[in-house]
Every structure is written in C-alpha cells, then in structure tokens.
Write a protein that binds this ligand. Sequence first.
Ligand code: FRU
Length: 488
Amino acid sequence: MPATLPKTASFQEKRRALAHDPHRPAYHFLPPANWMNDPNGLIQWQGQFHLFYQYNPNGPFHGTIHWGHAASEDLVHWRDLPIALAPTPGGPDEEGCWSGCAVNDDGVPTLVYTGVSPQVVCLATGSDELLAWTKPAHNPVIAGPPPELEHRSGGHFRDPYVWRADGRYYMVIGSKEEGVGGLILLYRSDDLVNWEYLHPLLRGDVNDSGPFWTGTMWECPNLLDFGDRQALIFSVQATHTDLLYPVYYTGRLQDHRFTPETGNILVHGHCFYAPQVMRADDGRHLMWGWLKEGRSPQRYHEAGWAGVMSAPIELSLRPDNTLGLAPVPELKALRGRGWHYEGVGLNLGSFELLADVQGDCLELAAVFEADEVAGGGLLLRRSPDGEEQTRIVYQPAQKRLVIEREQSSLDDEVDRQPCSLPIDLAPGEHLSLHILLDRSVIEVFANGRACLATRVYPSRSDSVGVGLLARDGRIRLKSLDVWEMKSI
Ligand code: FRU
C-alpha cells in the first residue's frame, strides 16, 4: 500500500489509493488492499450473494488470516462489508481463521471454518444481516484429525465443506496420509456441534502420475450434487509452497461412499486455486477461485495488494459426465462498446492487428473454423512495436491451447513461462474461445468444457493492442466479438 496511507484508512480510501495501478483488475472482485487467497463461505442469503475470502488486513502477504466479506445483488458489483472473522487471542483460531463454508442452520447463518494452529474445526454464528459474527464457547467442534490419522496426517486437517442430506449434516475436510497421498474425510452431525467421523471419501496415491498427478495433500474440498451424479472438487498441493491446481471427480455418492467415474484438472494454468462452489437459489452451481499472483513477492509488496477472485463461473454436468465451465451471463451487464467481425482469414506466418480495438479490460468471443484451425490464435496486450505481447495460440498437432507469455512483460520479476490447456477437438468441431481480459488477469474458456487462467503484467502503458495470428497455416475466424468491459 502507498506508504502515505495509514492502516486505519477506510476500505474506500484504500481502493481509491490503488485505483490507478495499471495491473489491478477492474471487473474482478479483489479486496480494498493487501492479501487475499481462497474464496470462503459462499452463500445466497435473503437473495443477496455473500462472498467471504481469506484476507490479511496487515499487508500483501499470507499471515494473520481473517475473513474479508463482500456482498452483491447481481454477481457482478460487490459492496465491501466489515471483516467477518478475526483471530481471537488465546482462542483455537489465534493464528488464523482459515478456509471454510457458510451454512443456513434453520435460519441461523453459521460459518464452519478452520482454526489454526493446530488445524481444528470452528463455528461462528451471524446476525441476520451477516454483519456481526459470534464464536461459541465450545469451539473447536472438532479438535483435530481422527485418531487413526493423528500421527500420519502431519496435522493437515482443514477447509470444512458442509451440506445437508437425509435431514442431517455431512462435512468433507481436506487432509493427507504421509507418504501415501491426499485424503478427503467424511463426517456427519445433527447439530453442526457434535461430529461423527465416518471414513475417507477419497484417497490419493502420490505414486500415481496419470492422467494427472494428485499431489501429496488435498485442500478445499467441495461436494456438488447434480441429481444422479455428484462431483468432488478439491485443490492439490505438491508441497505447501507449491500449489498445483484444482481437480474434480464426478461419480456417484451412495451409502456414504463415493465411486469416481471420471476426473480431470478443473482449471489449468497453475494460477487458479482453491475454488469454492455454491448452489444459487435458482439451482446453478457457481464457482469462484483464487487467482494467484504471477510476479515476485517484492513486486506485490510494492503494489500493496496480492490475489484476485476469478470471474464467477457456472459449472454444469455434461452428458459425458465431465464438468462444463462458463462465465455467468450476468457479466454481460459490464459490456460497453463492441465490435463484430466475420469470416476473417489469415495466411501462414502473418498477423493482423484490429485497427479500432484496443484495451486492457475486454471480453472476446472467437470462433475458429474447424477445418482451418491451424496453429494460430489471438494477440492481446500488444505494444505497437510488438515488444510486449501475449499470444493465445492453438497448436493442433499437440492438441493444446497455449498462452505464450515470454513477451508479456519487460519486467523480469514476472513469471513468463507459457501455460497451456489440453483440448481435443472432435472432427468438424469449431474452436470456440471465450476470453476475459482484465488488466493482469486472463481467463480463457474453450468450447464450454475447459478453462485456462493466468496473469500477465505488461510494463508499457501502450500494450493494449489486439490482433490475430496465423503461425503454421491458414486460420479462419468464423466470427469474433470484442467488447470493452466496465469497471465494477
Ligand atoms: C488453500 C489454503 C487452505 C487454507 C487457506 C489458508 O489456499 O491453504 O487449505 O485453509 O489456504 O489461508
């Protein structure tokens, strides 16, 4: 945060002080200042959406974790609300209020969260408008991992996620078994206070690397109910500083046992992590994730903020039991000026800038003709001389979509590794990319079934060009729509 701003500055003053930072997203939610990680406690309460988040009010680094809080009527515009949870000196959350969920307990709003250290399960009950939270004297309600894991989990026991079924509460919680793999533990309760441990709902195997590696520890589990199928989503750690990606398995939850049928990495790019999913009143499964920084701690200390929330994403179960992902249609409310192109063709080795389109806050929808999607794609955040540019390129031979970042920024305190998404097009299938660009944030949704997210930090203020690129052959765009996006 700028040195002149006191710690006691209001949320509004903090937001104003950072408003001119060219890397700070304008239409993705992020805290007024300082550090943010996971979304927490997502709930629709009296019609309004409430988003809590892992927040450090004391600086742009992970420490003294509180629960920040914001609310929205439309999923797009957010209002800052007072911090919901703060560590209580001498209490079981003395070293931090880590991730958890929100439950409507017969009309009583209740947060079920992780107290540290050691990692335990705590409760807090809210006032009717969710503005004041009280921690009951009987915290923690679960004092640690089940006895059978006590010496084998390394104390990893966090991120409770609760749902109701057969008139009772069920909870999944993330853990690990040293040397064996990640674990999701299942519990049951009648009152959110007394919990009975049932068994592991899913176990990982550190030695199994395919089709994707599931790491050493599992955190932030979610259970989604799609009727005759369920999905388990969780995030996978390699080590506590190497956070890999969120993964999912769909299958059936029957008699308290989960049988996975299919699974995959949920969002690619090593940037999107620790998502939480809520069931909206209209039945949609809505997801937000933490978009990590892609620059050095020194850079985000200088900036005064770190971490941003993903766009709200709707998850759906597809006929082949994989999960579909799409940004919610409510985001269309932010569209400003728009451009529409049809039937643009480009030949091998060429690129073309869109003459009238420029910007660092844009939404793009591009449909490439199937039989002519050669190696090519889109250019974003390009400086007029091309010194800085980010390329989103489809590589047909590798069946991958790649975001090439080696020229994304001239600053070498920034991660410039490429990131990619496997995507296998069926014969005749178009490649349809839906892209959200918000200054340093890029989210790409491909054919409604795959997502790639990353961060870029161009250092030049004129890196705002948009273009098309043909690398290995002829590409043909069936259509391209671009909209300017308004700030929230
Ligand atoms: C995931 C995570 C959670 C934990 C929280 C702490 O990013 O490590 O497992 O509860 O962050 O801030």
